[in-house]
Each structure stands twice: as structure tokens, then as C-alpha cells.
Design a binder for this molecule. Structure first.
Ligand SMILES: [Zn+2]
Length: 252
């Protein structure tokens, strides 16, 4: 294969690898943001339970006060009961006392409900607290991992960029301009393999003359349709002897 074409193909491989790595680096903070959002949701849920518990306590204190007031009323009636003159008055006080006792029972029922709700809230508070601690650790761990992964991937990118510089050094300015132009136009895909006389990227059939030129692999040939630089990989001939590795003695 023409060496310039080989360099172009190598440059394409490098650019694809660099772009994949850069996309992965860019995606890392995204995942971190997701779990940070989960953490803030848990913290919010925890605060809501706390708030609910505070209002529950406030309500219970108010009910306690109401009961106290009713009890005072009852004891006042009981005292007045000692001074009544008529049966009617007596019955009226007893009815009043019974009514207030009934009111106390109603409030006591509501206090019981509140105490049960408080118990459930207490449990939820502990759960959200544990969950928030767990998630905080998760965020810290992910953060560390994302940072170290970013560093690692950045090193890989740097190494690839250094290799890229070398490959670019072996290209003429005209060839590099062509590469850059096609990359810009064709979303980074500059080279296209030809298979069965078809450009495998744009799927258009090549003219026989163009196909012959690509197969001879004598120079840089662009696809008539998409303008990408074409290359052709000769099919492996199963009858041909394996190519000896360099440095290995040729036997036979
Ligand atoms: Zn094409």
C-alpha cells in the first residue's frame, strides 16, 4: 500500500481513538452529577421528615395544653357541684363534666395517633440518615474514581496526540489539508474501505476505473460520491503460504 495512504489510515485510527477517549472523559462528570442529585434528594427527604417531626411535637404540646385546660374546667365544675341547690343544677353540672371528659378522650386519641406517626417518622429519619451517609461515601468514591480515570485517559490522549504529531510529520501539507478538510465535512470519518467495488461508508458503487486505481493502491483516490479517501484490503488467499515474521528464518 502507498505509504502516504498508510499514514492517512493511521491518522484516522488515532483521531478515532482520541475522540472516543475525549468523549469518555466528558461523560464522567455527567454520572457524578447524577449521583450528586440522588444525594441531594435524600438530604431533602431527611429534612422533610425532621420538619414533620417538629410539627408533630408542637401539635402534641398544644393538645397537652388543651387537656390541662379541660381538666381545670372539670375540677372547677366539681367544686361548684358542692354548692348546688337544685337537682336540675346538679344534673347540668354532671352533663358538663361528662362532655369535657369526652373531649379529653377525643384529644387523647389524637395524641395516640400522633405518637404512632412520630414512631414511624423516627424510623424514617434513621433510614434517611443512613442512606445519606452511604450516598455521601458513594459520591466521594465516584469522585475519586472519576478523577483518576480522567487522569489515566488524559495520559492516553496525550500519548496518542504525540503519535499523531509524528504521523502528521510524515505527511505533506497538501495531504494534511485534504485530511483536515474531509474530516470537517464528513464528521471525522476521512477514510473509507472499498469492498465489492462499493464505498463502505456512503454505499455508492465506484466506477470500474476508480476501483482499479484503488486496488492498485498507487495513490490517494477519493470516493466520487462522498469524497472520502478510499483504500482496499486484498482478500487473504488461503492457498498462499503464511508471510514469515521479520527476523524469523525462512524454512524450506
Ligand atoms: Zn463514499
Amino acid at each position: 500500500m502507498n505509504t502516504e495512504l498508510q499514514s492517512i489510515i493511521r491518522l484516522q485510527e488515532l483521531d478515532k481513538q482520541i475522540s472516543t477517549l475525549q468523549q469518555r472523559i466528558a461523560a464522567l462528570p455527567h454520572h457524578l452529577r447524577e449521583i450528586e442529585k440522588q444525594l441531594s434528594d435524600i438530604i431533602e427527604a431527611h429534612a422533610t421528615v425532621k420538619q414533620r417531626m417538629a410539627s408533630n411535637q408542637q401539635q402534641r404540646r398544644k393538645f397537652d395544653g388543651d387537656i390541662q385546660a379541660l381538666e381545670q374546667k372539670i375540677s372547677k365544675y366539681n367544686n361548684q357541684l358542692l354548692d348546688v341547690k337544685t337537682n336540675e343544677e346538679y344534673r347540668a353540672f354532671l352533663t358538663e363534666i361528662e362532655f369535657n371528659k369526652n373531649e379529653i378522650r377525643k384529644i387523647e386519641d389524637r395524641i395516640l395517633d400522633l405518637m404512632m406517626a412520630a414512631e414511624a417518622d423516627e424510623k424514617e429519619l434513621k433510614e434517611t440518615e443512613a442512606e445519606s451517609k452511604r450516598q455521601q461515601q458513594e459520591v466521594a468514591r465516584e469522585k475519586q474514581q472519576a478523577e483518576s480515570e480522567t487522569r489515566g485517559k488524559q495520559l492516553e490522549v496525550d500519548a496518542l496526540l504525540a503519535t499523531r504529531e509524528q504521523v502528521i510529520g510524515s505527511l505533506t501539507d497538501t495531504m494534511l489539508d485534504l485530511y483536515t478538510r474531509i474530516a470537517k465535512l464528513r464528521n471525522g470519518t476521512v477514510v473509507a474501505e472499498v469492498r465489492d467495488q462499493i464505498c463502505t461508508v456512503c454505499h455508492v458503487m465506484l466506477r470500474p476505473q476508480t476501483f482499479n486505481e484503488v486496488m492498485r493502491s498507487q495513490g490517494i483516490i477519493q470516493c466520487d460520491n462522498c469524497g472520502r479517501i478510499l483504500f482496499w484490503v486484498p482478500p487473504a488467499d488461503p492457498a498462499a503460504p503464511p508471510t514469515p515474521l521479520s527476523g524469523e528464518p525462512v524454512r524450506g
